[in-house]
Design a protein around this ligand. Sequence first.
Ligand code: CUA
Length: 161
Amino acid sequence: MHVDPLEKIWIGVIILLTAVMLGSIFYTAFAGSVHPPSNVEVIDSTALHLTDEFAEDNLGVRENPDGSVTVTMVATRYGFHPQHVEVPARTPVTFRFATPDVLHGLHIPTTNVDTMVVPGYVSEVNTELQSTGTFPMYCNEYCGVGHHSMWSRVTIVPKQG
Ligand code: CUA
């Protein structure tokens, strides 16, 4: 079979490109620990209500002994629970999210809070919010017919003292 020399060159180029791309995927996955966007903490999504942290009564804002704040929320079709959280400005805040159903995303405009919430994982975002006011928290991953109505409110209040 005759293969044109130019064609041989391009076959080589394509094999090389494929090897470089696959190689970089495997390199970042294994050497760089590139995983779903979170602190790589697994959770049984089907039993969130049985966990200490994500049981309905324990959701919301919690102040830690060191003055930082932890906000625990569940993202579910179609809403974030709780519906409204209040956090202090200029204070280290850790948002922790889990979902009992499908993939969701969340984004608080004007802040750097933006992550996916993947079933089976706890998504954690560490931030320090600057401007005060009430902001929406939107789901930004298509999760079903009610996706557009999936949102909560975050009120950032001035830091006490
Ligand atoms: Cu949840 Cu879109």
